[in-house]
Design a protein around this ligand. Structure first.
Ligand code: 2AM
Ligand code: CA
Ligand code: CA
Ligand code: CA
Length: 271
């Protein structure tokens, strides 16, 4: 079965429509208006346009549902049990630098549980979608996380903290890198957390960890990884949607990655 539910179909259509607008803007990034929301937190009218398209389509198709959106914030719905979680452009920095690795990410949370996730890689025209109980899919291909169980054969994705994050965040990440690089076959940092998670679901990455992300970066990708048979946890054992510190992989690698990240915490502290 590779058919999404009716609401899943609506979400995929909204992601495609936003993707078409993003693809047009990507063709002329020199004309975009770019501003900063924080020290290195860029946003452009491409982000806003894509979000507007998603909001318009979804609120028309499902009136009353709530929204959490990266750029427009929270819209309280009259229907308290359904909430869309929207990142109109994940990988803005890639996008603005002409790098064709960015995505639209839309999730649906129902009764406090993530139900549906859609991640659209616009440049590669790949729609990844998953729904609880229906599996994770890329077109007609049912997705399954990688079966690799040795960390030294694994390719692991991560996200680095950026300008404006705390010194502790940068130091902590440097320690984690120091623990992970000797242990695995390769580390990748491509700059879209939504796609990193989709690629874990697709078995292209064996694992992914990043700290301090936002709900819209990870919500859709979490559904994808879980429905592809993978495991998603909060790095330190908390609630992943609250802290945004995510570790995703298959069940064999998960304890091995977790162990290296624990090990990292001790570096430079035993003097
Ligand atoms: P964004 O492109 O939607 O902002 C990469 O590490 C992840 O962090 C991406 O999902 C990206 O989402 C998010 N992010 C937020 N602020 C960022 C920044 N200043 N630089 C790089 N990534 C950022
Ligand atoms: Ca952003
Ligand atoms: Ca994002
Ligand atoms: Ca974004």
């Amino acid at each position: 079965m590779s058919k999404p539910s009716p609401v899943g179909t609506v979400m995929i259509a909204a992601a495609r429509a936003a993707g078409r607008a993003l693809a047009r803007d990507f063709g002329e990034i020199e004309n975009l208006q770019v501003s900063k929301k924080g020290p290195a937190d860029f946003v452009s009218n491409a982000d806003h346009r894509a979000e507007e398209i998603i909001y318009t389509q979804l609120s028309k198709a499902r009136p009353g549902y709530g929204f959490i959106m990266e750029e427009s914030g929270i819209v309280e719905g009259t229907d308290k049990s359904n909430k869309f979680i929207v990142d109109p452009l994940d990988g803005t920095l890639n996008f603005l630098h002409g790098q064709p690795h960015y995505a639209v990410s839309i999730a649906l949370e129902r009764e406090g549980k993530l139900l549906t996730g859609v991640v659209y890689d616009v440049a590669k025209n790949e729609i990844f979608w998953a729904e609880t109980g229906r599996g994770a899919w890329l077109e007609q291909r049912k997705l399954r996380v990688a079966a690799r169980n040795r960390l030294n054969e694994a390719v692991i994705a991560t996200g680095t903290p950026w300008h404006g994050k705390s010194e502790a965040a940068h130091t902590g990440f440097a320690r984690e890198l120091l623990a992970m690089t000797p242990a695995c076959a390769g580390i990748r940092r491509y700059g879209s957390a939504a796609l990193d998670l989709a690629w874990v679901a697709a078995g292209r990455f064996d694992g992914f960890w990043e700290r301090d992300l936002k709900p819209w970066d990870i919500a859709a990708g979490i559904v994808l990884v879980r429905e592809a048979g993978g495991v998603v946890q909060e790095i330190d054992g908390g609630d992943v949607m609250s802290t945004g510190s995510v570790l995703a992989s298959n069940a064999d690698l998960q304890p091995l990655i977790e162990k290296q990240l624990r090990h990292a915490a001790s570096f430079g502290k035993q003097s």
